[in-house]
Design a binder for this molecule. Sequence first.
Ligand code: PHE
Length: 296
Amino acid sequence: MEHERVVIRRGVRSGAVIIIAIHSTARGPALGGCRIARYPDWRDGLEDALRLSAAMTAKCAAAGLAHGGGKTVVVGERGAGVLHDVGDLVEELGGAYATGPDVGTGPDDMEEIATRTTHVFCRPSASGDSSPATAAGVLAALRVIGGTSFAVMGLGHVGARVAGRLLDAGHRVVVSDVDESKRALFPAAEWVAPERILEADVDVLVPAALGGILTPSSVPRLRCRAVAGPANNQLDRPETAELLRARGIVWAPDHVVSAGGVIYATEVELHGSAPAAAMARVEAIGDTLRRLLDRD
Ligand code: PHE
């Protein structure tokens, strides 16, 4: 394990298994959202926390933030009292880690966590919902990648915004979600079943759901010329990037593309930036990606 600290605790109120992984504080306090999700076993949740917190270290570093990476994973349902349990555990870490929203949590939940600790971002009374900023960062990245047709995989807070903006811009957009009811959200888009979206014949695939979708078996099925999206940990393992390269598919690293939320929240809450100035910092994700892809 390359992590600095991992805490696993059963919540006294909720009975839920709560895991906080601090990957690194070398650049500053660890930062990373609180995910509430079901896993086959709590050990799978631990595995996820380890991988996601490491990704946050890369994300904060690539964004030039004085923060390291961490992550909270709550295994299972959001039982009563679980957010207070999370808040207590965050507080125990004494500022080495601050939390924020993630899959399964939102700004109102951060307010609840904030009743137990000050180490929390994105309360509605602070910087609020980070998904518009995350989506703006994704769009900045997509402008660098280029293209006129896009397949958005996952219509959550970020994916739905990105799909909407791409449609508004007049692009051809293919969408999918595990929740069929989302189909009605975008009548102007082409809907495909989740298992088909990887094969969509588009310029760019935009992963905006859970991680691990780029694997030795999925990469040969891709028909896009680039992959760029906000889902964390898109590669099942680092070597899969080579398979993409061999097929001539450009991959924009997710830790660069998905940094809009943390950039925005830290700009507003720690540096006192106005929302517009913080959004301008988010747009710089495009410059970072351009440098990385050598497209200067
Ligand atoms: N879920 C966010 C991410 O993966 C975490 C986050 C957002 C943390 C905003 C703090 C503020 O980047």
